[in-house]
Design a protein around this ligand. Structure first.
Ligand code: UDP
Length: 373
């Protein structure tokens, strides 16, 4: 297998830029790969896109789409169309997608329509909550994938339960003859790569970190207000202050329902800031005594940094962290105080190799190099 392999890497949303950075560090030093990068345009706000390309030294995309944003269906359709055209023009050996966003699903559909084998990084994760668009995207993408890259044993087991099992042999890969790979997690690769930078003595000594942007938490103003009330009351009881980088979706919901929200939150000890760049986010995670979040990525990065995490959701895909007691689920605002108090009392922990040793991107490419395509 010495010939140059061509891979089309599809990214489009903030967590994908971060995941792709781990892959890019390996790709750029490899003589075995030629890569084409496609940005679907799903996240185009500079605070969610451009700053990550710069900071994480991602290549300028070869193709950037500008999907219509008026509705989810139009955006999805435009992304599918654009990715399919890029596959027709470049004829890659593989299409690679990350995670569970609409860009992931669009890439999966386009690869399937063009008969190009699809690699899904973060395959097999399940929240079992079909109300989450991400869950639908994950399941459909896995079904269309030829190579399913699982970051945890639970992910392998979910696929197994759905009848998606590793096939041996020299036949070319196809969704009916998939390869299921168990690697570590590429976000953990990044946390290992960048995370050593912060002095040990600062860890856990800063402000509580809050991130929240899932539609179920922020789209309904009453629900959003209930979360903020629960947080402010816990912060005041525990004597903590917090920093809250607010996602544009959450800003829109606040703006529509709570005219003076920035000022009022600041007054009660929540520092409201724009979305942070990746390195600032990691630093805030490292310094936080506790993280309150509904983000999948932030949960994992909290683990990588040894910071306990309260997940503002009834379910999570990262179940191992909950089973080990490093995270807890606050399904309702009324659960938050007990979870956060417990996390604060338990304090920091030493992360182990749950998500690998920081070499997952190398492992993924090495496995792909050994496969026929
Ligand atoms: N992130 C960031 N700045 C912020 C908030 C998040 O850089 O202000 C990063 C963080 O590293 C996280 C990633 O964005 O892992 C995940 O993005 P998001 O929470 O939007 O998506 P999810 O992981 O929930 O799909």
């Amino acid at each position: 297998m010495n010939s140059l392999r061509h891979i089309l890497v599809v990214v489009g949303a903030r967590p994908q830029f971060i995941k792709a950075a781990a892959l890019q560090r390996v790709l750029r030093n490899s003589a075995a790969w030629n890569s084409t990068w496609l940005h679907t345009g799903q996240h185009h706000d500079a605070s969610l896109s451009a700053q990550f390309f710069e900071e994480l030294e991602l290549p300028v995309p070869d193709v950037t789409l500008t999907p219509r944003s008026e509705s989810r269906e139009w955006r999805l359709g435009d992304m599918m169309h654009g990715i399919r055209k890029a596959i027709q023009q470049g004829r890659p050996d593989w299409v690679l997608v990350f995670g569970d966003t609409d860009s992931t699903l669009a890439g999966a559909w386009a690869a399937s329509a063009e008969g190009v084998p699809l690699v899904h990084v973060e395959a097999g994760l399940r929240s079992h909550d079909w109300a989450m668009p991400e869950e639908v995207n994950r399941v459909l993408t896995d079904r269309l994938s030829s190579v399913l890259v699982c970051p945890t044993d639970a992910a392998v087991e979910h696929l197994n339960n759905e009848g998606i099992r590793h096939t041996q042999g020299s036949d070319s890969v196809h969704p009916t003859r998939p390869r299921v790979l168990r690697t570590g997690d590429v976000m953990h690769d990044n946390a290992v790569h960048y995370g050593a930078a912060w002095p040990e003595e600062n860890r856990g000594t800063g402000k509580v970190l809050i991130t929240m942007h899932r539609p179920a938490n922020v789209d309904h103003p009453d629900r959003l207000r209930a979360w903020m009330n629960a947080m402010t009351s816990w912060l005041s009881d525990s004597g903590q202050s917090a920093v809250f980088p607010v996602h544009p979706r959450t800003v829109a919901s606040f703006d529509s329902s709570w005219p003076d929200w920035r000022h009022e939150l600041q007054q009660i000890g929540i520092e409201v800031v724009h979305p942070l760049g990746y390195l600032d986010l990691l630093k805030a995670l490292c310094e936080a005594p506790v993280v309150l979040t509904d983000s999948g990525g932030v949960q994992k990065e909290a683990f990588s940094m040894g910071t306990r995490c309260v997940v503002l959701r009834p379910t999570t895909e990262w179940v191992e962290q909950v089973e080990r007691g490093h995270s807890s689920l606050a399904a309702e605002p009324s659960d938050l105080a007990a979870c956060a108090t417990r996390a604060l009392e338990q304090g920091r922990f030493a992360p182990d190799d749950l998500y690998g040793s920081g070499q997952s991107a190398q492992d993924i490419l090495r496995c792909l190099e050994a496969l026929p395509c």
